[in-house]
Design a protein around this ligand. Structure first.
Ligand SMILES: Cc1cc2nc3c(=O)[nH]c(=O)nc-3n(C[C@H](O)[C@H](O)[C@H](O)COP(=O)(O)OP(=O)(O)OC[C@H]3O[C@@H](n4cnc5c(N)ncnc54)[C@H](O)[C@@H]3O)c2cc1C
Length: 482
């Protein structure tokens, strides 16, 4: 008689939980997946990546139509955006992807799916609506939610978060975005492009504060050129509901206060992990407000309980959640001691131009105290960028003292796609000389990857020493044009 109902139980049906559940059952483990909402897929599918990237696409098309003349086309007489149609398209895309993340599909893989609020009653048992389920191993992957800080007046002022913004029934005439991280900035640009007047409030002196300042500033210049007002170094003093409008009072570094007014306020100030009501106190789980504490094998302080995804508070991306789910699966089910390694974890902010990053940027290299050199190439020197009318941006390659790449940032058109070559290069330990000698198709944006490497090598190849040697052997006469 087995001691537990299941070999493994998974709490939360988002990117991390779905990776664990599908993998575990396909490896033959009796698997339980518990999800609190009425559908699987998690934040990424319902309130995150999928709706935001669908919205960005609609906003991009509208923006292109408004700028038809830039491409030698007749101006388009555009009607204002009806946000209900945009929201309908977003829902259609979600519904299509939902089929892949459906209860039926997981059941066909052999996973038992239960819906309800789960809470631990002991280290091997969770309860949902009074019914208990025990499992030998557990993976907690309950994700995160928008964090709303205690701003004065906020509870009496209606505001929206990523949970509401994709299903609004009208386009806000004006929108104050509080925060300037990736979610905030992506939404700011999209709504401005759809026709809202957008204001962004940021406490520090830079948007996208994890990125290098020079790169973030280029994005900021683009946003400002598109009409977005950005208030840096501005602390929040309070909010007020004025009826049809809401007010956000901010204070700058000099202590000057200013009241910003808009139809909607979007709070995008980071995430809080979903740990409430899960009964962690019954099992003495080690966690704090930053997340559940795990070792590099994704084990909590109880070696049979793992955590993966946003709930660990580390890298809050879908691909990080999937990766961590895979690490937990490998350790919990295959008993292979796999460790999470984030050295080359890539990410991308899907503004236009996109800003993609892998490995160290200058900020992180300085923090790590390593010596480095920076090599760049601008998109305005890339023929395809010019043909596309997308010439804003630059690629930055960071090399260590031995000339080994430790990081790459790309700010430009389709930067997220262009980064894939670097994902392979950095993870595979591919030599820079391989990229430099590999033929890339012309004209492509991808040539920029080869060009930045070429910039590094050209200093060596066309050095005075090489020139002198060739002159000596082949009697070269030197420059023909002074
Ligand atoms: C607007 C926005 C845009 C984003 N864009 C991107 C992007 O472009 N690329 C990217 O990589 N990442 C993006 N992210 C981040 C990404 O959505 C998250 O990193 C990812 O969803 C994390 O996956 P997860 O499995 O950890 O958590 P989630 O996907 O949040 O899944 C957790 C699940 O657990 C469930 N749950 C919670 N509590 C319980 C409970 N007590 N019992 C049972 N179930 C419970 C939740 O309902 C949820 O379904 C974006 C996020 C937002 C908000």
């Amino acid at each position: 008689m087995p001691k537990y109902d299941f070999d493994i139980g998974v709490l939360g049906g988002g990117a991390a939980g779905l990776t664990v559940a599908s993998g575990a059952s396909q490896f033959g483990a009796k698997t339980l997946l518990i999800e609190k909402e009425k559908a699987l897929g998690g934040d990424c599918l319902h309130y995150g990546c999928v709706p935001s990237k669908t919205l960005i696409r609609s906003a991009h098309i509208y923006h292109m139509m408004r700028h038809a003349e830039k491409y030698g086309l007749p101006p388009v007489d555009l009607k204002p955006v009806d946000f209900r149609d945009v929201a309908k398209r977003i829902q259609t895309v979600i519904d299509t992807i939902q089929k892949h993340d459906s209860e039926e599909r997981f059941c066909s893989l052999g996973v038992k799916v239960e819906f309800g609020d789960a809470s631990f009653t002991d280290e091997h048992t969770v309860s949902i609506g009074g019914k208990n389920y025990s499992a030998k191993k557990w993976v907690i992957s309950t994700g995160s939610s928008p964090s709303v800080p205690p701003i004065e007046g906020i509870h009496a002022t209606p505001y929206i978060t990523n949970k509401e913004i994709f299903s609004l029934d009208s386009l806000p005439k004006s929108l104050i975005v509080i925060g300037a991280g990736p979610i905030a900035i992506e939404m700011a640009q999209s709504f401005a492009r759809l026709g809202s007047k957008v204001m962004v409030v940021q406490r520090s002196g830079q948007i996208l504060s994890k990125e290098d300042r020079d790169m973030a500033d280029i994005v900021m210049n683009v946003l400002q050129a598109e009409g977005i007002e950005i208030y840096l170094n501005s602390s929040l003093q309070g909010t007020k509901d004025l009826g049809s409008e809401k007010e956000v009072v901010i204070k700058d570094k000099e202590g000057n206060e200013k009241g910003l007014r808009a139809e909607q306020i979007l709070i995008a100030l980071g995430r809080k992990v979903n740990s409430e009501g899960l009964g962690f106190e019954h099992i003495s789980l080690d966690f704090d407000k930053k997340g559940i504490k795990v070792d590099n094998r994704m084990r909590t302080n109880h070696k049979h309980i793992y955590a993966a995804g946003d709930v660990t508070g580390a890298y809050q991306f879908t691909h990080a959640a999937g990766y961590e789910g895979g690490v937990a699966l490998s350790n919990a089910i295959l008993h292979l001691p796999k460790k999470a390694d984030y050295t080359f974890l890539p990410w991308c902010t899907y503004t236009d131009p996109e800003l993609a990053s892998i490995g160290m940027n200058e900020k992180r290299a300085k923090e790590a105290g390593i010596e480095y050199s920076v090599w760049t190439e601008e998109f305005k020197a890339n023929d395809r960028s010019l043909a596309e009318g997308e010439e804003t941006g630059v690629i930055k390659m960071i090399l260590d003292v031995k000339g080994k790449p430790v990081g790459v940032q790309i700010l430009g058109p389709q930067a997220g796609e262009l980064l894939s070559e670097w994902v392979a290069v950095l993870n595979g330990g591919v030599k820079l000389s391989t990229i430099a000698s590999a033929v890339h198709p012309y004209p492509t944006l991808g040539e920029i990857n080869k060009r930045v490497v070429g910039n590094y090598f050209s200093g060596k190849i066309f050095s005075d020493k090489v020139k002198k040697t060739l002159k000596f052997f082949f009697h070269f006469k030197g420059r023909a044009c002074k």
